[in-house]
Design a protein. Structure first.
Length: 269
């Protein structure tokens, strides 16, 4: 599915967030062409009366003036150079970035303002920006998390239909680390009954180690309304025997309990 790009200016660049482990986020785009079946943003879209179903990712908002707005915000006397997370609600290195180069421009502004930042992405396009990332890392703390939930090609193809394959992301990890960028692998989300078999987890950890990742973190899928319906439809199509399990695991809840997640995460440790 090809995405339509809507070039629209924004009024603000930095977003204050809560309950995420960081206080500021930055998203040069809204909507994501990777169209991951489990993406939690589908739930946000539903609450905002925007489509989170199969139409999600068909229309991408491009914040054409985001770097200029960011520069003005970072220049305020009230700005305390707090950590900024790039890509909390959409992938900053999705295909649109190849054309619009907004993430690159924002990295340059953050570096100029000596503001630490972290990036979460599934996009190997990030290696295009090794020069600005390395320059920024000499001035502030920079970290990158490359999302590789598993290395099973079929699982990736079904659940992350618009994203580059895991092997391409792992090559990006290798190149980032070689350039001196602190880069970890995010094994998230792990999917019970689909990508949590011991051999699948071991293969992903081994691949991250071989790529030279400086760290690894993992998390199990959560399914809020909006995401839940879309993801369960994908499970019904591809792994119908797992549908009853998910109905049971997530009955009346969006997050698994500790007794549901800890055994999975412990297998990685």
């Amino acid at each position: 599915m090809k995405s339509e790009y809507r070039e629209e200016p924004c009024r603000s660049a930095l977003n204050r967030v809560g309950g995420m482990g960081f206080e500021w986020s930055l998203n040069p785009y809204m909507g994501c062409a990777h169209r991951c079946a489990f993406c939690y943003v589908r739930g946000f879209e539903r609450r905002a009366d925007r489509p989170g179903d199969d139409r999600y990712g068909a229309s991408i908002r491009v914040k054409v003036n985001v770097a200029q707005v960011l520069r003005a915000e970072l220049a305020r006397a009230s700005w305390k150079r707090e950590f900024v997370a790039i890509g909390a609600a959409t992938d900053p290195y999705q295909p649109a970035e190849a054309r619009f180069r907004l993430t690159r421009a924002c990295i340059e502004e953050l570096s100029r303002a000596r503001t630490p930042f972290g990036i979460v992405t599934r996009g190997p396009l990030i290696v295009r920006d090794l020069d600005v990332l390395a320059a920024a890392a000499r001035r502030v703390k920079v970290s990158v998390s490359v999302s590789v939930p598993c290395v099973d090609e079929r699982v990736a193809r079904v659940t992350e239909p618009g994203a580059p394959p895991p092997r391409a992301r792992l090559e990006a990890v290798r190149r980032l680390v070689a350039a001196g960028i602190r880069t970890q692998v995010a094994m998230a989300p792990i999917l019970p009954g689909i990508s949590d078999a011991p051999e699948q987890l071991a293969a992903a950890v081994r691949a991250a180690r071989q790529a030279g990742a400086t760290g690894l973190w993992a998390g199990v899928v959560h399914l809020k309304p909006g995401t839940r319906e879309h993801f369960l439809a994908a499970v019904e199509r591809e792994w119908p025997d797992q549908r009853p399990r998910y109905e049971r695991l997530f009955e009346g809840r969006a997050y698994l309990s500790k007794c549901g997640t800890e055994p999975i995460v412990d297998r990685i440790g």
